[in-house]
Design a protein around this ligand. Structure first.
Ligand code: AHR
Length: 522
C-alpha cells in the first residue's frame, strides 16, 4: 500500500487551542475526589501534600491539567458550599449523592482545599453551582465568598479561613444536567431560572463567566430561544458527550472497536450542530454554518444585546469521554454492569485512541468550543490516573493526552489527508491534527485501523528539523495498564525519517497514535 500523504496547511491557521480544551473533571463520585485525589491531612500511610496524594499530584502536574471542574456532576445540585468551609472537624457529615450513590460525606475536601489543589496543579478552577436544591442567593454567596475584594462578612470569613485575597474564580456553572439529575426541568422553565440566577450573579461579579446547562439539539434550541433577549447573560453553553456503544470495556470485538472510535469522531459533529443552534439564537439572520460539512471549522459566535453589548458565546463540553457498560447501572448492556456499580472501568489503548480522535475535532472547532473536561480525572470513568491503596498507575488515556501537550495554547493548523486504507465506514484510517507555536510545529497522527500498519508521508513547508517523535502503541488495542503492570501501554520513541526534499516519513503500527515535533522557520 502506498504511503498516506498528510499536508500541514501552515497558511490557513484555524485559531488558538485554548488550554481550557484540555480540562479535567473531579466529582465527588466513587473514588475520584475522596481516595483518588484527597486522602485527608491526617493520613500517614500514603505520602500527601496537605491531604492530596503526592503521586497523583505529580502525575497531574506533568500531564498538565490546565483546568479542573468541581464538585460535580450530579453531585453539584446537592452540594451546599458552606458545608465545606471552616475547621474540618466542625464540618457536617451529609449524604454525598451522585448518580444513585449515597455515601457518608464529611466535607473535608471543600472550597479552600479544592482551590489549593488547583493552585498546585496550575489549573484554572471551574465551579459548578447548585440550582436543583439551591437558591440564587446561595450561589451568589459562594461567588462573593470566593471573589469579592470588598471586605464583606463573607470576604472576612474567607480571610479567617485562610485566604485574605480573593480567589478570582472565573468559571461558574449554573447547575448541571438540569434536564435530568439537576431538577428534571423543562428547557423553558430552566431558561427562566437561569436568567434569574445569571442576573443576580453578574451583579455580584460582572467578570464571572457563566455556563448555562445545555443538552441535546432540541433542548438547546428551546433553551436559547427562551433566554432570548437575555442571551448576553450566557458565556458558555454546556453540553456533555459520553461514548456508550462500544461494548465491553476490554473484551470488545472488531465491531465494538470501530463503533467506539466512530462515536468519538462524531463528537465534533455534535459541537458543529450546537454551534449552529447558538449562532441561530444569537442572530436574527439565518445561521450560516448549519450545513458545515464534516470536519469544517465553525467560526466564532457573537451575540449583541442592548444591555450587554457584543459578547462572545462558546460551547463548554464540560463532560466527555468513554463510559463503559461495566461502569454504569443502565443499559444497553445491563448484564455487564458491576454490582455494586463503582463508576470505575478498565482503560485500554482503544480508549486512548478515542480520546485522541475527539481532540482532533476539538482543535478543528477551537473557535466555538471554548472549554472541555475529560470525565473524570482519577479512578472514575475515563480516568487518566488510577489508584489502589498506596499504588498508582497512569492509563493509556493519560499517555494519549500527554502526547498532545505540545498543542496546548498553540495555533491549530488544518491537515489535508490523502487517504490510503479505509475503515469499514469508508473513512480514512489515518488522521492527524497539527499546531504551531513560536517554538515549532507539532503533529499528532492516528492510525485507527485495527490490523493494518500505515506508512505516512508528512509534508509541511515550514518544518525545518525534526525534534522528536513519540509513539503510543501495543500488540492489541485491548491492552491497558494496572497496578501490577503499570507500563504495559506507554510511549516509546518513534523513528522519523527525512526524505531530504522537505517531507518526512513515519510508520504507524495498527491502532496507534504518535506525536512528531519540528523546528520551524518562523
Ligand atoms: O460523570 C458522571 C455523571 O455523568 C455526572 O455526575 C453527570 O453530570 C453525568 O450524567
Amino acid at each position: 500500500m502506498a504511503d498516506v500523504l498528510l499536508t500541514i496547511r501552515t497558511d490557513a491557521p484555524i485559531g488558538v487551542i485554548s488550554p481550557r480544551l484540555y480540562g479535567h473533571f473531579a466529582e465527588h463520585l466513587g473514588r475520584c475526589c475522596y481516595d483518588g485525589l484527597w486522602i485527608g491531612a491526617g493520613r500517614t500511610d500514603i505520602p500527601h501534600q496537605g491531604g492530596f496524594r503526592t503521586d497523583v499530584l505529580e502525575a497531574l502536574r506533568a500531564l498538565p491539567v490546565p483546568m479542573l471542574r468541581w464538585p460535580g456532576g450530579c453531585y453539584a445540585d446537592h452540594y451546599h458550599w458552606r458545608d465545606g468551609i471552616g475547621p474540618v472537624a466542625e464540618r457536617p457529615i451529609r449524604l454525598g449523592m451522585s448518580c444513585g450513590l449515597q455515601v457518608e460525606d464529611d466535607n473535608s475536601l471543600g472550597t479552600h482545599e479544592f482551590l489549593w489543589l488547583c493552585a498546585q496543579l496550575g489549573a484554572e478552577p471551574y465551579l459548578a453551582g447548585n440550582v436543583g436544591s439551591g437558591t440564587p442567593q446561595e450561589l451568589c454567596d459562594w461567588v462573593e465568598y470566593c471573589n469579592s475584594a470588598v471586605k464583606t462578612k463573607l470576604a472576612r470569613e474567607r480571610a479567617v479561613n485562610g485566604a485574605p485575597a480573593p480567589f478570582g474564580v472565573k468559571l461558574w456553572g449554573v447547575g448541571n444536567e438540569n434536564w435530568g439529575c439537576g431538577g428534571n426541568y423543562a428547557a423553558a422553565a430552566y431558561a427562566r431560572e437561569y436568567v434569574r440566577y445569571a442576573t443576580m450573579l453578574r451583579h455580584v461579579d460582572p467578570a464571572a463567566e457563566l455556563v448555562v446547562c445545555g443538552y441535546e439539539d432540541e433542548w438547546n434550541a428551546e433553551l436559547l430561544a427562551t433566554i432570548g433577549k437575555h442571551l448576553g447573560l450566557v458565556d458558555h453553553l454546556s453540553i456533555h458527550r459520553y461514548w456508550i456503544h462500544g461494548g465491553p470495556e476490554t473484551e470488545f470485538d472488531e465491531q465494538g472497536y470501530y463503533t467506539l472510535l466512530a462515536e468519538a469522531h462524531e463528537t465534533e459533529a455534535f459541537v458543529q450542530r450546537t454551534a449552529a443552534i447558538m449562532r441561530q439564537a444569537a442572530s436574527s439572520k439565518p445561521a450560516n454554518d448549519v450545513d458545515l460539512s464534516e470536519g469544517e471549522s465553525a467560526t466564532e459566535i457573537f451575540v449583541e444585546t442592548p444591555r450587554d453589548g457584543r459578547r462572545r458565546l462558546g460551547i463548554a463540553l464540560d463532560e466527555w469521554g468513554v463510559w463503559h457498560p461495566e461502569a454504569r447501572p443502565w443499559g444497553p448492556h445491563g448484564e455487564l454492569s458491576r454490582d455494586p456499580v463503582t463508576y470505575e472501568q478498565a482503560n485500554t489503548l482503544r480508549d486512548a485512541l478515542a480520546a485522541a480522535i475527539a481532540l482532533e475535532g476539538f482543535h478543528r472547532q477551537c473557535r466555538v468550543l471554548m472549554l472541555a473536561n475529560l470525565a473524570q480525572v482519577v479512578n472514575v470513568l475515563q480516568a487518566v490516573v488510577m489508584t489502589d491503596g498506596p499504588r498508582m498507575w497512569l492509563t493509556p488515556t493519560y499517555h494519549a493526552l500527554r502526547l498532545h501537550a505540545p498543542h496546548i495554547g498553540a495555533t491549530a493548523l488544518p491537515v489535508d489527508v490523502d487517504h490510503g486504507d479505509s475503515l469499514p465506514d469508508r473513512s480514512s484510517a489515518v488522521s492527524a491534527t497539527a499546531s504551531r507555536t513560536s517554538h515549532g510545529i507539532a503533529v499528532t497522527l492516528i492510525n485507527r485501523h485495527l490490523s493494518k500498519p500505515a506508512g505516512v508521508r508528512l509534508v509541511c513547508d515550514d518544518a525545518r528539523e525534526h525534534t522528536g517523535g513519540q509513539l503510543l502503541a501495543a500488540a492489541s488495542p485491548h491492552e491497558g495498564n494496572s497496578a501490577d503492570a503499570p507500563d504495559r501501554v506507554s510511549p516509546a520513541t518513534l523513528a522519523v525519517h527525512s526524505d531530504g526534499g522537505g517531507a518526512w516519513r513515519v510508520e504507524l503500527p495498527p491502532h496507534s497514535l504518535a506525536t512528531v515535533t519540528f523546528r520551524s522557520s518562523v
